[in-house]
Design a protein around this ligand. Sequence first.
Ligand code: ATP
Ligand code: MG
Length: 430
Amino acid sequence: MLSKIQAIRGMNDLLPDVSPVWQYLEFVVAKILKQYGYQEIRFPMVENTDLFKRSIGEVTDIVEKEMYTFADRNNESITLRPEGTASCVRACEQHGLLYNQTQKLWYSGPMFRYEKPQKGRLRQFHQVGVEAFGFSGPDIDAELLLLTARLWKALGLDKAVVLQINSLGTVQSRAAYKQALVNYLTPIREQLDEDSQRRLDSNPLRILDSKSSATQQLLHNAPQLHDYLESESKAHFSQLMSILDASGVSYQVNPHLVRGLDYYGDTVFEWVTDKLGAQGTVCAGGRYNGLIEQLGGKPTPAVGFAMGIERLVLLLDTVNVIPSDIQATTDIYLVSVGNIASFVLQTAETLRSELSHLQIVTHCGGGSFKKQMKKADKSGASIALIIGEDEAARQQVTIKYLREEKAQQTVGVETLIPFIKQVLAIPENN
Ligand code: ATP
Ligand code: MG
């Protein structure tokens, strides 16, 4: 036998038993985004490599070691998108969506990063991202957080996540802080963990969110980012906090919260949970006022976030809040014996036209009556419609009740619809 080809490591299949949870999650997210007036945008999964290098930053984890980058047949360097913000900005710029106007947008889909696969960390994973362009005030930052807070509530996750916020200030204040941090850490370089030693030269701010407790100890007496913020950044941040206070959204200020991507400034935030181990960030984002200009556009204030769908699905499962009725179940199962496929399929078509909200499954592929009835039972249908050659000849259908003790009944096709409506207690105008 030929060997079987397996999926690529870290790229999961989503099987039918799990897909209803994803559909449910995606449905709730889309509904809430619509409520807030955000519009969906879709862009390609592959972009020119330069787009990500120029936006995410050369010395970030993503660009240094996580991108799926290939030469295409024309020897152009292309990359499977590791995140959506860069592509979203590229698409908006390319189509003039940012010219003299504001935008509130969202997108969803697969992202690709070459990481070590583990629970909640995959090589193909999925995000829903939200981006708002053209708004500079803290009101929009707050709106994004209110939107996410509403989402957690709708999903039953509000007790499972906490909001952490921080301000990274402007490029200038951050540069001054970076220098102070480097000056502080350089003499004790040898005591830092390996990653942080490397970052001291390339991306010192990332040391702040080092997972090493020894490094965290050393940071206790380090200069604080907050002390370097300019008054405008401080005002922006405190206004954001007062809107959150007034809206009853609780949060923690985490002075060590920095984001893995270069383009953030001022507000950054993460929604984190302690229920998923090391992969505890389910939603992360912030303000990135410099990015549009960095990609060749006019300076445009921007803020956004992305949430990881796999992690949210894991969390829904862990805290046990997946509604029990999300798996669509069959209502009517058609069983037939004999050479009568066209009558059976036409009967099913009529039912679907008239009773469009029901799930009506036709048994295909034949088999004994007994075997088909077993399938009908397993489908969860409340009734089976049985059609044999005799019934077909007489244009009749037999109704068998699968969930109640009731004798089966045979009716003519012309009265089948009202009969089923009555049996399933469906109002006449439906
Ligand atoms: P982490 O610190 O966990 O690596 P990140 O800072 O790289 O996260 P972002 O780029 O901010 O993550 O992406 C936003 C969200 O997308 C994350 O909070 C997470 O929920 C999800 N995410 C990121 N990378 C992965 C991955 N490899 N697998 C699954 N989900 C991911
Ligand atoms: Mg990462």
